[in-house]
Unconditional design. Structure first.
Length: 139
């Protein structure tokens, strides 16, 4: 007999809400069977949910994730799927590397601004009457 799962089981296993799973179902990413009103998820749905959540964690859009998942059933099969995934990973890595460089530059700018601020404060605090409020900074 094929292993099946209820929506609650999958939600608990993957740490998501049933609403999240229904959302992916509404998008056609998951296709559970129905037993009356009850959704019955197969191993294929479980794997797809795992891939959807991995794609999300890696920063891929749902459209990109869908494209990668659906490629598995295409004539190119798993090879095509893996090639696309490899290409998407390279593009995502380049995007994140660029963001990291931007963040590092911003942090460097903040370090320099903070150092200038500390130096100027040191100069001002060493002067006579240093306890007075600076002009234009009082409320």
């Amino acid at each position: 007999m094929t292993e099946t799962f209820g929506i609650g089981e999958l939600a608990r296993e993957f740490g998501v809400t049933a609403r999240t799973i229904r959302f992916y179902e509404d998008l056609g990413l998951l296709t559970p069977l129905r037993e009356g009103q009850k959704r019955v998820y197969r191993a294929r749905d479980r794997v797809r949910l795992k891939l959807i959540l991995r794609g999300k964690r890696l920063g891929f859009s749902l459209a990109e994730t869908r494209e990668m998942i659906e490629l598995y059933d295409a004539p190119a099969g798993e090879v095509g799927q893996l090639r696309l995934f490899r290409d998407k990973i390279a593009a995502r890595r380049a995007e994140l590397d660029s963001k990291r460089r931007d963040i590092e530059a911003a942090l460097s700018d903040l370090d320099r601004a903070e150092e200038r601020c500390r130096a100027r404060l040191g100069e001002l605090e060493d002067r006579p009457g240093a306890g007075a409020e600076a002009p234009g900074l009082s409320g």
